[in-house]
Every structure is written in C-alpha cells, then in structure tokens.
Ligand binder design. Structure first.
Ligand code: SDX
Length: 429
C-alpha cells in the first residue's frame, strides 16, 4: 500500500495521505477532503471510520487480538489486578511497586462517598435502574471532588481518577443496598478493590461478608477484561463529551448512559433474560435459534453474540467461558443457564446463519453466569460493566486532555429532509 490514496471526483484527482498504525492498520486521512473537493464521506454507525489516533488499546477483530498498551489481554486477565490494569491504561505503563502502593492508598483514602450524597439515594424512585443512579451520582460527585469543575494539574487528575474509580464502586454497592432498604456498608481500608466491592454488597448488620478468594479473583478478572476496548460506543461518547472540554465526571457520566443500551453494556443482562426466557418457555434451543434466524418483526437477536469489530471469536469470551466453568466448579454450584448457554453457543456456531455473518460469542455471552455465581443481581450487571470500563474511559479522557491540538468533535451529515419552503398560517395547513 502507498503513502497516499488517489481519489477522482468530478474529473479532478485528489491525493489523500495514508496513515499507518503501529500494527500496520491503514487509514486514508480525509481531514482535507471537504476543503479540497467539497465532498464529505458518509459512514452510518462509523463502522469504517477512525475517529482518532489512540495509544491505549489495540484490537485485531479478525485475529481475535486485544491488548492494553501492548500487553495481551490473556496475560493481564491471568496476572494483573484490576487496579494495576487501570494504572496501565491510564498512565501507559505497568506500575512499579511504589506506584502501585501509592495509587492503592489513594483508592482506599477516596473510597467513601460524602455522607450528604446518601440523601440522593432516597430521592430516586425505588424502581430506579442502577445505571440511572450511577450516571446521576457521578455528576453529583463532581461537585464534591472538583468544585473548580476543571482539572488543572496532573495531581488533580490523579486524585480525580482515583476518586472516580473508587467511589463509583462504592456508589454501585450503595445503590444496591438502598434498593434493598438495607443499611449502606462503608468500604474497608484493608480490602482490595474487588473484595471491598463484594464486602459492601453483601455485608449485613448482623454478619460481615468475607468474600472467598475465588469470588474475588473472578470479579477481579472480570473487571480487567472490561477495562477498555478502543472506540466502542460508550468510550466514543466519553471522547465526544471530553472534546468540548467538559470535565472528567461529565464525560464518565455520559459514558454510563451510552453503555446502558442492550446493544452495548446492557447485553450482559439481556443474555441472562434471553436464557431465562428460553428456559421458562420450554422452547428448545433449535426453536429459539429458528426464531432468531426468521428475522420476523419482533424476532429476537441472539444476545451476547456478534460484534462490530470481532469478526472471529472475542478473546474475552473465551477467557470468561473458562472462568465461569472454573468458578462454578470451585464454588460447587451448577447453573442450568450455563448449560443452556453452552448448548446455544454450539447450535449457533454450527449454523451458517451465524457463521456466514461472523457472529460469535462476545464478552457479554458468559459474563452474566459469573455475576450470578457471585450473587450480583441482574439489574446490577451493566453497572459492573461500568465499574470495569471506567479506567478505559478515564484513559481516553486523559489522552484528549493531554493533547493541546485536540479539537471539538463535530461530525458532518448529508441532509435528506425537505427543500426550502415558506411558513404558512395555521388555518391554511
Ligand atoms: C459490547 O464495540 C465494542 O467494543 C463493544 C464491547 C465493548 O467491550 O465495549 O465489546 C461490548 O457491546 C459487546 C456487544 C454486546 N451486544 C450484544 O451482544 C447484542 C447482540 N449483538 C448485536 O446487536 C450486534 O451483533 C452488535 C450490536 C453487537 C453489532 O452490530 P452491528 O455490527 O451493527 O451488526 P449488524 O447489526 O450490522 O448485523 C449484521 C448482520 C445482520 O443481519 P443481515 O442484515 O446481514 O441479514 O448480522 C445480524 C444482523 O441482523 N446480527 C445478528 C446479531 N448480531 C448481528 N443476528 C442475530 N443475533 C445477533 N446478535
């Protein structure tokens, strides 16, 4: 491939620069195309459009590769704590022991939310979805953490990053407790990130919950696997909001809202709802798959399957599937939905409808099995995804904040509405 792309429009030839990434990805830089030719490009859903150059995460959708700052996800899932993966994503390097201890102390010292924020929980309707609470509480937290609204130094950024990472976990557990009308449980200084969350979720006034080592390990691995994923819908939303120079909390709150959708982070819960629907209906896997393939009005999608980028297996799905098996074995529990999920996967992977469309299990297909085994309720599944994705959002916000040449995101469009027309009085309409 050359270092320029040639394009002919209305008899005029244009040469556009070609940009090549670290792993050999090629892009045509069209930033000057409109000025030179009057043409814009159109790519509904941005499926073929790069919105930025980023040094944070690399995905090869055909080879099933995912790396955070160059480190393969398989190694990080096995060897890294979530806090270490967060430091890697945000600051670009695996932390030294001193950096790790420093940031862990910051997380511990900033894990409790201001007590007057507790009033907000009572103000949400009892049936409020935890993602609605999460998004609102993150913006409320900005008022406490960052009264000046804007981050003015690396130190302020580090503190805000630690506070967000740590307090979002506390807010999630507190939202769960408030929903159950149970007393909110404060974080403990001596517990790790994942253990502390499970402690805050499941400790009762009459009994301290001591998370098992396998439960903490499984949650830690899940959070690592969800920590970043290049320019997915919610991360692109974070960057869109950050591009107007909105503060870190506003960007993260917007990311929560984008993640909530069932086509994105809401899929982990939708998978379990799908499996429970199949089980309750008594329908066979074959019958359900036939409904999916029928594409009739209202036909369901196979939730947890398919991906815009992975046109082969999602490496995270492979890791989570094995972890689900291991966790249930070690906890000596069985989950009929796991058996059903396996059957559904096998049926889909043997069916040309899915294979021809390159639809494979994604990160959400098995993650709900682990969350169920940990005792986390269905409506908290997407909140778990948000807790995990926060380091990636923070890293992308920082990548823009650190770029003095960063411009506001402002896509163009092709207008397909009415031509010019004049206003008419209501009696003539
Ligand atoms: C996440 O982007 C990321 O990186 C996201 C994520 C992250 O870490 O941030 O990986 C997390 O969001 C994973 C995806 C979770 N969502 C789901 O599991 C929901 C189910 N999946 C689909 O909605 C869908 O596959 C998407 C949304 C994931 C991807 O949608 P695309 O790329 O827009 O695919 P498409 O709609 O263009 O589908 C292409 C074809 C269509 O059929 P035809 O028109 O060619 O006949 O595949 C079909 C679709 O109908 N199809 C499916 C399907 N997904 C696509 N058919 C049945 N079941 C499905 N799940």
């Amino acid at each position: 491939m050359g270092d320029t792309a040639k394009l002919e429009l209305d008899g005029t030839a244009y040469e556009l620069p070609v940009v090549v990434g670290t792993e050999g990805e090629h892009a045509v830089d069209i930033s000057k195309l409109r000025a030179q030719s009057g043409y814009i490009t159109l790519d509904d859903g941005y499926g073929n459009t790069g919105s930025c150059e980023s040094a944070i995460t690399f995905i090869d959708g055909d080879a099933g590769i995912l790396r955070y700052r160059g480190y393969p996800i398989e190694q990080l899932a096995e060897k890294s704590t979530f806090v270490e993966a967060a430091q890697l994503l945000i600051w670009g390097e695996l932390p030294t022991p001193a950096q790790r201890d420093h940031f862990s102390a910051l997380l511990a010292e900033n894990s409790a939310i201001p007590s007057d924020m507790l009033r907000h929980f009572g103000a949400f309707p009892a049936h409020a979805h935890p993602m609605a609470i999460m998004s609102g509480m993150i913006n409320a937290l900005q008022g406490h953490d960052l009264p000046g609204i804007h981050i003015e130094s690396d130190g302020e950024f580090e503190l805000a990053a630690a506070s967000l990472l740590s307090k979002v976990r506390t807010i999630a557990a507190a939202a769960y407790k408030a929903h159950k009308s149970e007393p909110i449980v404060w974080p403990r200084y001596d517990l790790g990130f994942a253990e502390n969350f499970l402690h805050m979720m499941f400790t009762q006034p009459y009994r301290e919950h001591v998370p098992s080592a396998e439960a903490a390990r499984a949650l830690n691995m899940m959070l690592v696997l969800h920590a970043d994923h290049e320019q997915n819908c919610s991360t692109s939303t974070v960057r869109m909001v950050a591009s107007s120079q909105a503060n870190l909390y506003a960007s993260a709150a917007a990311g929560v809202c984008a993640l909530w959708g069932p086509l994105h982070g809401g899929a982990n819960a939708a998978v379990i709802e799908m499996l429970e629907e199949i089980r309750a209906s008594g329908a066979s896997v074959t019958e359900y798959v036939a409904r999916v393939k029928s594409k009739e009005a209202g036909a369901p999608k196979l939730m947890g399957f398919g991906h815009r980028v992975y046109r082969n297996f999602d490496p995270r799905a492979k890791i989570i599937k094995k972890a689900a098996d291991d966790l249930l074995d070690r906890m000596h529990v069985t989950d009929p939905l796991l058996d059903l999920a396996r059957e559904l996967e096998a049926a889909a992977l043997a069916d040309d409808y899915f294979v021809s469309r390159k639809l494979y299990p994604n990160v959400d297909f098995y993650s709900g099995i682990i969350l169920r085994a940990l005792g986390i309720p269905l409506d908290m599944f997407t909140v778990m995804f948000a807790i995990g994705r926060l380091p990636g959002w923070i890293a992308n916000w920082k990548e823009m904040y650190d770029n003095p040449a960063q411009r506001i995101y402002r896509p163009r469009q092709i207008y397909v509405g009415s031509g010019q027309r004049d206003w008419v009085p209501s009696e003539e309409r």
